[in-house]
Design a protein around this ligand. Structure first.
Ligand SMILES: [Zn+2]
Ligand SMILES: [Zn+2]
Length: 76
């Protein structure tokens, strides 16, 4: 039994070398690789000046949160 031709997809083949899910995507979007990431609801940007990275912790991106933490601890 053959699997879907999409990389990392182990679902059984349905049509055109694709599984039912990827075949659906091909029909809907014209591209079986079209994926909409789940967590796109609230992408908060980092509060740091001129930083456009997504905020992960306390309104800061991982890089700036690290800097923030280092500063906090050095203010003893
Ligand atoms: Zn597939
Ligand atoms: Zn940042």
């Amino acid at each position: 039994m053959e699997n879907c031709s999409i990389e990392n997809c182990l679902k059984p083949l349905k049509a055109k070398g694709l599984c039912s899910m990827h075949h659906q995507r091909l029909l809907r979007h014209g591209d079986p690789y079209m994926v909409r990431p789940r967590r796109v609801r609230k992408v908060t940007m980092c509060n740091w000046v001129n930083c456009t990275n997504p905020a992960i912790t306390k309104g800061l991106c991982p890089k700036h949160y690290y800097i923030y933490r280092v500063r906090q601890t050095s203010h003893m």
